[in-house]
Design a protein around this ligand. Sequence first.
Ligand code: 48N
Length: 321
Amino acid sequence: MAPSAISPAQQHAQLAFASKKVKDAAAVEDRTEDGLTKSLNEMMGSWDNFTFAPIRESTVSRAMTRRYFADLDTHAESDIVIVGAGSCGLSAAYTLGTLRPDLRITLIEAGVAPGGGAWLGGQLFSAMVMRKPADVFLREIGVPFDDEGDYVVVKHAALFTSTVMSKVLAMDNVKMFNATTVEDLITRPDEGGAGVRIAGVVTNWTLVSMHHDDQSCMDPNTINAPVIISTTGHDGPFGAFSVKRLVSMKQLEQLEGMRGLDMQRAEDAIVKNTREIVPGLIVGGMELSEIDGANRMGPTFGAMALSGVKAAEEAIRVFDL
Ligand code: 48N
C-alpha cells in the first residue's frame, strides 16, 4: 500500500506556521553543579521583577486550534490508526513510530488521560510487574526496574506509562487524539473474499459518544487508513470495541469471552495470538482475549508491551503487502 500523499511535515509547512521547533532544549543547555540549567538557576531568587512575555487571549486560542485542525486535516488520511492508548496501544505506537518514520500514525484514545489500566500495578498498588523477557522492552524505552530473577518490577506503573507515552508523543509521525472515541469502523468489500476489509475509523468526541441517546443526532468524523490496530482492552464500558463491532457487522460469529485469571497461560497466548483478525484490522492486548477466550492475567503487564510490539510488526507486514 502506498503511503499517504504528502508527509505531515509538508502539510504543516503548507499551513506556514511561523513557529520554530525547539527540540530537546534541556538536553543541550549547560547545567550548573546543582543540576539545574543555567537559565533556570538565574531565574530563581529574582522574582521581584519577574514577568511573562505579553500575550493576547486570541493568540493562545489560535496557537491551539490552528495546530489541532492542521493535525486533523493531515491525519484524515493516515497510514495506520491505533485505537486505544493503553499499555498495548502505546507500545505498538512506540514500535511503529520508531521502525517506520515514513508512516503517518494516528492514535485515538477515548479518555482525556491515555494509559488505560496501566497507571497502577494492580488494585491501588503502584509497583508494576513484568515477567521476563518483557524487560527487553523496558530497556528499549529506558525505564529502570528491580531485577527479581524471572520477573522485574518498575517502581511505579506511571513511570512505564508516562515514559512510553512521552516518547510516542515526541515522534513527528505520530499524532494522538485523546478524548476522542472510535464509534465505528470504515469498511470496503474485501476483493476475493466474502467479507470486508477495514479501511479506517469513525470518530467522535467522547463526550458526544456518551450522549447520543439524550442529544439530537451528532454525526461523527472519519479517518481513512489501510491498517487499523485495535487495543481497546477487555470488555467493559469502553472495552473490546472493535471485536464487538465485528460481531454486530457479522464478520465474526461470536466472541469467546475472556476467561478466568491464569497468569501462567494468559500472557503467552495474548502475545503469540496478536494478529490480523479481518483484512486490515489487527487486534492486540486484552481486547484479543475476548475473541479467543484467553485467560486474563491480572496485574502483570509484560504481555501488553510485547503484544504491542507484535501488533506493530503485523501492521507493517499488512501495510507493505
Ligand atoms: O489498558 P487497556 O484497557 O487495554 P490494554 O490491552 O492496553 O491493557 C490491558 C491491561 O491494562 C490490563 O487489563 C491488565 C494487564 N490486566 C489484565 C487483567 O487480567 O485484568 O487500554 C485500552 C484503552 C483505554 O485507554 C480506553 O480508554 C481506550 O483503549 N478505548 C478506546 N479509545 C478509543 N475508542 C474506543 N472505542 C475505545 N475503547 C477503549
